[in-house]
Design a protein. Structure first.
Length: 173
């Protein structure tokens, strides 16, 4: 190989390495693009049915028997080992956690029980969201008191839109 050929070969290799290395997506770039897409989806509801359902399912303030509650009415199911059943669940259920993975919901339920919330249980939705219920109440007044108690309990970390009152659709009037 003559000097000109060697020089051309090294320039080609260097240019190829730069081109291949410059095309990689970094985690930061991916996250930024994801956040932009998510924001656009929220702004436009982007035709995504699940996003529309999630927006529709946000708790709404309702007054029941003179008591204001942040409520959501949904069809629910009772996952195995969740501690919930039609016999246990009442009309007003104080939701303090929502998860896509049942494993996480079970962990939170165990922490609640260890902290004195003996009635803590897990219910699920059709969209496979698992709600951790701290208390199940028969009246709006009991529910309002339970919400206040949960909000003031420093052992429970709450993120918006939590806590809210879940009314099972089969009990809604």
């Amino acid at each position: 190989m003559n000097m000109k050929t060697k020089h051309l070969f090294f320039i080609t290799v260097a240019a190829s390495a730069l081109a291949l290395g410059g095309c990689k997506t970094t985690e930061a770039n991916y996250k930024a693009a994801y956040e932009i897409a998510k924001q656009k989806q929220v702004e436009n509801m982007g035709g995504d049915t699940s996003a529309k359902l999630e927006q529709f399912a946000l708790p709404k303030e309702r007054t029941v028997d003179g008591v204001k509650l942040e409520m959501r009415t949904e069809a629910i199911g009772f996952p195995a080992d969740g501690g919930a059943s039609r016999a246990v669940i009442k009309r007003y259920n104080i939701v303090v956690g929502q998860f896509r993975q049942i494993f996480n919901a079970r962990q939170m339920r165990e922490r609640l029980i260890a902290n004195g919330y003996e009635g803590a249980c897990i219910v699920s939705t059709r969209n496979q969201v698992y709600y951790v219920v701290a208390a199940s109440c028969a009246t709006p007044k009991e529910a309002a008191e339970a919400v206040g108690s949960v909000k003031s309990d420093s052992r429970i970390t709450l993120r918006a839109p939590l806590p809210f009152v879940l009314e099972p659709s089969y009990l809604a009037r």
